[in-house]
Design a protein around this ligand. Structure first.
Ligand SMILES: NC(=O)c1ccc[n+]([C@@H]2O[C@H](COP(=O)([O-])OP(=O)(O)OC[C@H]3O[C@@H](n4cnc5c(N)ncnc54)[C@H](OP(=O)(O)O)[C@@H]3O)[C@@H](O)[C@H]2O)c1
Length: 328
């Protein structure tokens, strides 16, 4: 049984501490997630228990639910999905940082696929979280961690993007892409972005220097010698991207492992990676949000009780930015 077992059985007696969460008991469609009463999680060592205010749906959530993603094996079920949370501290472990107080506003990137945020209360590790200033919207923050850490780590930790360089971002209107455009611009890079016809103005508004309509145009006819391709789409979009890189450039992808022989043939570096919690980078993104330098776009808000609609819209809605799940 996973370490989530502590949350999955008995009913709390105090109504204000009644935990409830969406439990995935089998792989499948929306019906595979059941809203159940749960035990309150316990904070160990430097952990906290967060009273969740907002969360989001990421593609990894519905890919795991469908049994499509390899990150959770059937033997690990039941699990609770959800990589992002914001909320307030409900209680703290004995070694929690001495500056933390009950009621503090927190945002966290849930780092383990078997311990997710689609519940009223969640156990959060110290290295997954950072404090949230009063002027940062709790709902925007609650949809930000995974997409922001993915964008940050792809552009900077793996891509080493520097001021003055050029980057082609595929999938720029999506969750990761719309944050990546803003982070790359804030770094002083030149940003070329691909997006669908209806999303071109949105992506321009994020600061992209040039936006190419992937539904009508072939980006490889218009772009050459870029320093970096940041691929959030994969498939034939990635296959057509090698030729737009300069020699010595880099292709970073959030999807499957890129072919090393093709990379060598084009004399470029190519990598994939899995985003991981990084409290320092998370704190820097929160500071950018507090300073008005980064805006997370909420496409739609759905109540916790209506999580199925949130999943459906994230998967099928072709939305701009993020779908938020909000506690009423
Ligand atoms: N490795 C990791 O750690 C990691 C972390 C986060 C995400 N990911 C993966 O990265 C991908 C993107 O994540 P996300 O959260 O940004 O997803 P998302 O919010 O669904 O966004 C995807 C975006 O790509 C656009 N798109 C689709 N086909 C395109 C094309 N041919 N050219 C340009 N844009 C296209 C979509 O636009 P339309 O509305 O027109 O379809 C949408 O705006 C997902 O596959 C996700 O699983 C991996």
């Amino acid at each position: 049984m996973t370490d989530q077992s502590e949350t999955l059985t008995t009913r709390e007696t105090r109504p204000d501490l009644q935990n409830r969460g969406y439990v995935l008991t089998r792989f499948g469609d929306a019906d595979a997630m059941e809203l159940r009463d749960l035990d309150m999680p316990q904070a160990h060592e430097d952990e906290i228990v967060l009273r969740v205010h907002a969360s989001s749906v990421n593609p990894v959530d519905y890919k795991i639910r469908d049994g499509e993603a390899p990150f959770v094996e059937e033997s690990a079920l039941p699990v609770i999905l959800g990589r992002d949370v914001s909320g307030t501290i409900e209680n703290m472990g004995p070694d929690a940082h001495n500056m933390l107080r009950r009621g503090d506003r927190i945002v966290a990137h849930m780092g383990e696929m078997v311990r997710g945020g689609h519940a009223r209360f969640v156990r959060v590790k110290a290295m997954e979280m950072t404090a949230l200033p009063d002027n940062v919207d709790m709902v925007e923050a609650g949809t930000m961690p995974l997409v922001a850490m993915t964008a940050w780590q792809g552009l900077f930790d793996h891509g080493h993007l520097r001021e003055g360089q050029s980057v082609l971002i595929h999938g720029a209107a999506g969750g990761v892409g719309h944050v990546a455009v803003q982070l790359a611009k804030a770094k002083g890079a030149k940003v070329i972005a691909t997006a669908g016809t209806d999303d071109l103005d949105f992506v321009r508004g994020l600061g992209a220097d040039r936006v190419i309509d992937y539904k009508k145009e072939q980006f490889e006819d218009q772009v050459a010698d870029v320093d970096m391709v940041f691929d959030l789409v994969g498939g034939e979009t990635r296959d057509r991207s090698w030729s737009v890189l300069r020699k010595g450039g880099v292709l970073i992808t959030t999807l499957s492992e890129p072919d090393s022989e093709t990379a060598a043939k084009h004399e470029v570096r190519a990598e994939t990676y899995m985003a991981h919690p990084d409290p320092k980078a998370l704190g820097q993104v929160v500071a950018m949000m507090a300073d008005g330098k980064l805006k997370v776009t909420i496409a739609e808000r759905h109540a916790f009780e209506d999580i199925r609609t949130a999943y459906d819209r994230a998967e099928n809605g072709h939305l701009r930015g993020k779908v938020a799940i909000v506690m009423e």
